[in-house]
Design a protein around this ligand. Structure first.
Ligand code: NOJ
Length: 535
């Protein structure tokens, strides 16, 4: 089933920067990042080369899950500022030619959301079925996680994630108990409409779309193909995209064949260790995010093998969805251990070289451009093992590495105390820094239509043995073709270039790192090197 919505054109050249608002820039010295802080750093993000933002939830919340427990979808959390501040952010971003995605959490609310409080009352009311309640205080929830004994209402309620996150009711694909409503029930329809209203509200204020949390989780007891959840999204996205055709939607789904059929423009390749998916094989093939010794990921110079494992997983998904939307690569995100320090700056450089030149829309997590490091930290706001990926941005050598003027003990999370903690200021002045490499890559991507999200991708070389990976990207209008060839390993690799349509035959190197030599129709890649060639 092809996508029923045209994709917003701006996504073809989008380069996203993900911001965890707690930790990016603190403008008022209270120790926590805020929206005016983000506004003050828009020029930084633009100069780095990103032209779009995804901001993690910034709405009113008790913050038991870092804001993924929303108490009021329509109000900015006071710790981040006001709704007007967010509108200013939209305006300032647009003035710079940038777009802003907010984070929509449609599957659950906070247990403190007024809908849930009213739904918990014993007497029936308009929100009684907004959440999934069983019909007795003693009843289990048919295998779904549930809570009992907390509310006046005679029933238990279903959870979507943590205990603080009751599931909103989008119905059951195949209701089997009296308390299980169908997807066509008025209650499920009301929930869908309520979520469309939330989208409509923020799109009306100038936001450019949403990253959608746990998008695959809406309808309960859905089949493996997510038929009913896909139908729910097609209805909701169909409605809102008719009103805002330029709005963009990226799902946290991890199965692009389903997500793009549901009407999303993009789906992320998530870090799934349990099935050792392609992203995991590329970036962190070890259960322990700090264990370099046993890392077998492709980008680890000493540990990894061929790129085939990644391609075997990635290619069928890319081929199946290339006409319907974008299957996007991330450097990391707020749920995933940063790649540093397990990967060294040289390894990161090759990793980013690939991630930022592949098809789909790339997402760079704040601080990855300087190689900010994952740290073992005690949990904060439901972060657990994720907390070490959420530390304050490291701007310069001043107090709190330039993140905040607060007392260090008042910071949301401690800054990296290492004497050699990477900072933007230091790397900006160093032509050979990771920051400058990322900046160069993003500029390369911006310059070349062959690197647009929708520019076709073909494998040139991916031998079973060795570390070589080469692929071509061809501009949609046929105006140029580039080959990206990389070698994350420690031994040289040679790659034959594909036949060129241009009369002169020899590939022209347009970008490189490490020792890369061109000999007629082949290139030799020294240890940990990458070259981009026009052919
Ligand atoms: C996925 C989000 O990315 C994560 O941070 C959150 O804890 C869960 N969904 C629950 O909303």
């Amino acid at each position: 089933m092809p996508s029923m919505f045209p994709r917003p054109q701006w996504l073809a050249t989008a380069r996203f920067y993900e911001i965890y608002p707690q930790s990016f820039a603190d403008s008022n010295g209270d120790g926590i990042g805020d929206i005016p802080g983000i506004v003050s750093r828009l020029d930084y993000i633009r100069d780095l080369g990103c032209n779009a933002l995804w901001i993690n939830p910034c709405f009113d919340s008790p913050f038991k899950d870092a804001g993924y427990d929303v108490r009021d979808y329509l109000k900015v959390a006071p710790r981040y500022g006001t709704n007007d501040d967010l509108i200013t952010l939209f305006d300032e971003a647009h003035r710079r030619g940038m777009h802003v995605l907010l984070d929509l959490v449609p599957g659950h609310t906070s247990e403190e959301h007024p809908w849930f409080r009213i739904s918990s009352r014993a007497e029936r009311n308009q929100y009684s079925d907004r959440y999934i309640w069983t019909d007795s205080w003693m009843s289990g929830a048919d295998g779904l996680p549930f809570v009992g004994g907390e509310a006046p209402r005679d029933g238990t309620y279903v959870l979507n994630f943590f205990k603080c996150q009751p599931a909103l009711n989008y119905g059951f694909a195949h209701p089997e108990r009296p308390w299980q409503l169908g997807v066509d029930s008025p209650a499920a329809e009301d929930t869908r409409q309520a979520m469309v209203d939330v989208m409509r509200f923020w799109l009306g204020q100038g936001c450019d779309g949403f990253r959608v949390d746990m998008a695959n989780s809406l309808v309960k007891n859905d089949d493996a193909g997510k038929t009913a959840t896909i139908a729910a999204w097609r209805q909701m996205l169909g409605t809102i995209k008719r009103e805002y055709p330029e709005a963009a939607f990226v799902s946290e789904w991890g199965v692009p064949e389903q997500a793009l059929r549901a009407g999303f423009d993009m789906d992320f390749y998530l870090d799934w260790s349990w099935d050792r998916n392609g992203y995991y094989l590329l970036c962190r093939d070890t259960p322990d995010p700090l264990d370099r010794e046993h890392d077998r990921s492709y980008f680890c110079a000493h540990g990894g093998g061929s790129v085939r494992g990644f391609l075997d997983q990635y290619l069928p998904q890319y081929e199946a969805t290339r006409d319907d939307g974008y299957f996007c690569l991330i450097t990391c995100n707020h749920d995933t251990a940063r790649l540093a320090p397990r990967l060294t700056p040289d390894e990161l450089a090759i990793a980013y070289g690939m991630i930022l030149t592949m098809p789909g829309v790339p997402f760079l997590y704040y601080g990855d451009e300087i190689g900010m490091r994952y740290r073992n930290l005690p949990t904060k706001e439901g972060g657990y093992v994720r907390t070490g990926t959420r530390t304050p941005m490291q701007w310069d050598a001043s107090a709190n590495l330039g993140f905040s003027t607060a007392d260090a003990s008042d910071l949301y999370l401690p800054v990296d105390p290492a004497a050699d903690a990477p900072t933007v200021a230091a790397q900006r002045d160093d032509a050979h820094s990771l920051f400058q490499w990322v900046r160069g890559l993003l500029a390369l991507r911006a310059r070349h239509p062959a690197l647009n999200a929708d520019a076709p991708f073909d494998v040139v070389a991916a031998p079973d043995n060795g570390r070589l990976f080469a692929y071509s990207r061809t501009a949609l209008d046929g105006s140029e073709r580039l080959v990206v060839a990389l070698n994350p390993g420690l031994e040289p690799e040679t790659c034959a270039m594909p036949e060129s349509d241009s009369s002169h035959g020899t590939p022209t190197m347009v970008f490189n790192r490490g020792e890369v030599t061109v000999n007629d129709a082949s290139v030799t890649l020294g240890p940990q090197s990458l070259g981009v060639f026009a052919i």
